[in-house]
Design a protein around this ligand. Structure first.
Ligand code: ADP
Ligand code: MG
Length: 337
């Protein structure tokens, strides 16, 4: 069997907070904890969860912008931590990122043509003519007119800037694009245009996407599979359709219940989420969701549930809802305590 395009094993990132200028290390922020998943070529994996649950940290770990505390990132079966500078450059070419705010991630002093072809110049020497031809081609791919290549970011609309960010990502013909809240700042109608563009690029070029969003309606539209994160961990990983038809983890259920659903016939059994996301500096013992969970039992307060594969291709980390987990024998709870 061929290895997946991307495989992530037990990926963990703890940030050490500094207390003050001369003081020793402060508390640990457990931004990403023990995250494992894989992405196949041409697939879209969405990552959802409330603000602060570790989505952007996960993206930075995948891009190797930050180093993991633990765990591995494998690309076509090769651990990227072991790559030398040259192999790392080749890897960076295959994986590109599109950010939330295209304005702050685009250099305001460069024209669209320079922005799009900048990543290429690190790899290949281009004449002005070659560069313009390439920029025109890339602008065409993202649905912009070639004249736009002479504009500066400040002369473009939000949607055009995001298209430009995508064109820049496409310049190196990546196998995988990580989009971190890439449409969140845009109006709904512009969001739909950008999502359709991404779907079209995926069909044409077979690009895989890791699509990070806090917005479930966007995920429903674009995703093949979804990973739901809570306080740094994946609590449910499922094919999109199955997840929206029948969320299993109580947190997933609450998120879907809280989202404005386009289809009002979908059942809503769960009351809206109460309370705040706890701090990743001192996450609750046991299941991190238990203080907000209406179904929590004694075991949830004590023991962290692991992500257990179910029969329909999904995995769920819940003592109450994933029947594959053994119910501890009588007396075991007391032993744990
Ligand atoms: P999300 O993208 O889901 O909103 P982030 O990955 O940005 O979440 O943040 C996850 C947690 O890690 C948050 O509690 C955030 O404050 C913390 N965090 C992120 N980056 C750093 C950093 N460089 N130093 C310390 N803490 C950080
Ligand atoms: Mg983020």
């Amino acid at each position: 069997m061929s290895s997946p395009l991307l495989k992530v094993e037990n990926l963990t990132k703890h940030y050490m907070l500094r207390q003050g200028f001369l003081t020793k290390d402060g508390p640990l922020v457990r931004a990403v904890e023990d995250v494992s998943f894989s992405v196949d070529a041409g697939e879209t994996l969405c990552i959802v969860g409330e603000s602060g649950c570790g989505k952007s940290t996960l993206a930075r770990l995948l891009m190797r912008i930050v180093e993991p505390t633990r765990g591995r990132v494998l690309v076509d079966g090769t651990d990227i931590a072991g790559l030398d500078a040259r192999a790392l450059r080749a890897w960076r070419r295959r994986m590109q990122m599109v950010f939330q705010d295209p304005y702050s991630s685009l250099n305001p002093r460069l024209t669209a043509a320079q922005i799009i072809t900048e990543p290429l110049e690190n790899f290949e020497r281009l004449s002005r003519k070659q560069r313009d031809a390439l920029a025109a081609d890339l602008l065409h791919k993202v649905g912009m007119r070639p004249e736009m290549m002479h504009r500066f970011p400040s002369e473009l609309s939000g949607g055009q800037r995001q298209r430009l960010g995508i064109a820049r990502a496409l310049a190196l013909e990546p196998s995988l694009i990580i989009a971190d809240e890439s449409v969140s700042a845009l109006d709904v109608s512009v969001q739909a245009q950008i999502l359709n563009l991404l779907l079209q690029l995926q069909q044409q070029m077979g690009i895989a996407f890791i699509f990070i969003s806090h917005d479930l309606s966007v995920v429903d539209y674009i995703g093949h599979r979804v990973a739901v994160m809570y306080l740094g961990r994946i609590v449910e990983l499922a094919p999109c359709e199955a997840l929206f038809a029948k969320p299993i983890h109580p947190y997933t259920e609450a998120l879907i219940a809280a989202a404005p659903v386009p289809d009002p016939t979908r059942p809503r059994s769960m009351p809206p989420l109460d309370g705040e996301v706890p701090s990743p500096i001192s996450p609750p013992r046991g299941c991190a969701f238990h203080p907000r969970c209406p179904f929590a039992i004694e075991r949830c307060r004590i023991e962290m549930p692991s992500l257990v594969p179910m029969t329909d291709g999904r995995s769920v980390a819940c003592h109450v809802r994933s029947p594959a987990q053994d119910i501890p024998r009588k007396g075991l709870l007391n032993e744990i305590r």
